[in-house]
Design a protein around this ligand. Structure first.
Ligand code: PLP
Length: 377
């Protein structure tokens, strides 16, 4: 049996997305910047897609900038905040995706930007009082708060609206990496009053290498990739029309079937939690999977056994694709910065299971059974 439980890394493409892309690949090859009919045709497909995408998050089309994925969108938001908005202080957390935390640290080193980290509790939740305190202590600075909505390793969810309100109070810009949650939850940027959010299509059954950055209309930013006037001078380079159509279709499907899939996938996660608790009571769930948690992600620390370093490999042998997320005591394997920073027991192996609408209860049964066999002794 082959079981794919690594959907937070990437998801298989939806057949409906593939069907939407193929005619574009065949027919709509014109460069959207060309003035002739081939170009105008491509331009009109892209602008129609932008309108649709904007509608899903209640944004204006001019607030959506297509990028080469989530990493680029995060980079663009953070670097533009420093380059163009006068930001000289970044507040973030130590459990952000590398696209955020590494970018913030590079800017801190190179541009002498101050960087501050919010306090996290042992479940990995952001302490909002510490955020307020950091903002209060740095009132003389122009601050960007960059905190992710759903953590890609442990699934914790940030109360976006509350953080946005705090940022507003202190006149700080607010960027949230919403790569893991976009198309898994509803977004209303007008209601949220947020400055930047990001998206990556391959996390919800769309193509890889395409995403977007939402930028609030009151903000003017300049490109970090230069050399062309595409995306209204914010992202140079010939547009990825195939990706844009694929992203839009994937979003359309996701929001069309949202309630049904949320319920179904949450059901699989709860089923797996119950199955694991039943066979291995000593396991630890990282984050807070039973409370406020992304329904596609489950992070588990397993007890020590002779399998420790080989656990991931053993899953692979049994046909189960998952991600590792624990410290490796030797060699070049660096442990998960997320687990490390929430104080997880790094001497034990941790695995991230992540689910999609294509998974089944039978696959969960199979996986739980494999785990039961692996930890038999
Ligand atoms: N942010 C988060 C939270 C992610 O999980 C990922 C993907 O792993 C990214 C950003 C990067 O997105 P992309 O793979 O599109 O560059």
């Amino acid at each position: 049996m082959k079981v794919y439980l690594d959907n937070a890394a990437t998801t298989p493409m939806d057949q409906e997305v593939i069907d939407a892309i193929i005619p574009v690949m065949k027919n709509d090859f014109g460069n959207p910047s060309s003035v002739h009919s081939f170009g105008r045709n491509s331009r009109s497909i892209i602008e129609k897609a932008r309108k649709q995408v904007a509608k899903f998050i209640n944004a204006a089309p001019a607030e959506v900038f297509f990028t080469g994925g989530g990493t680029e969108a995060d980079n663009l938001a953070i670097r533009a905040a420093v380059n163009d908005l006068g930001v000289n202080h970044i507040i973030t957390s130590k459990i952000e995706h590398h696209a955020v935390v590494e970018t913030a640290e590079i800017l801190a080193n190179k541009e002498r930007i101050k960087i501050s980290f919010v306090t996290l509790d042992t479940e990995g939740n952001v302490d909002l009082e510490s955020l307020k305190l950091l903002l209060d202590n740095n009132k003389d600075k122009k601050t960007l708060v960059s905190l992710m909505h759903a953590n890609n390793e442990i699934g914790n969810l940030l109360p976006l609206k509350r953080v946005a309100e705090i940022c507003k109070l202190y006149k700080a810009y607010f960027h949230s990496d919403t790569v893991q949650s976009m198309s898994h939850y509803e977004f209303d940027v007008r209601e949220l009053e947020i400055d930047f959010i990001t998206c990556s299509a391959h996390k919800f059954h769309g193509p890889k290498g395409i995403g977007f950055l939402y930028v609030n209309q009151n903000i003017q930013i300049k490109p970090i990739i230069t050399g062309g006037a595409q995306e209204r001078n914010v992202r140079a380079g010939t547009e990825n029309i195939i990706g844009i159509v694929g992203l839009t279709k994937a979003m359309e499907i996701a929001y069309r079937d949202l309630a049904e899939h949320q319920k179904y996938i949450q059901g699989l996660k709860s089923y797996m939690i119950a199955g694991l608790e039943n066979i291995l009571p000593e396991i630890i769930f990282n984050g807070n999977p039973k409370k406020n948690s992304l329904y596609t992600v489950l992070n588990v620390t397993f007890p020590n056994s002779e399998l420790d370093e080989m656990l991931l490999y053993n899953f692979d042998i049994e046909g189960i694709a998952v991600s590792g997320g624990s410290a490796c005591s030797s060699g070049s394997n660096i442990g998960s910065h997320v687990l490390q920073n929430i104080g997880a027991d790094m001497t034990k192996p941790a695995i991230r299971f992540s689910f999609s609408k294509f998974n089944t209860k039978a696959e969960i049964d199979y996986t739980v059974n494999v785990i039961k066999e692996l930890f038999k002794n």
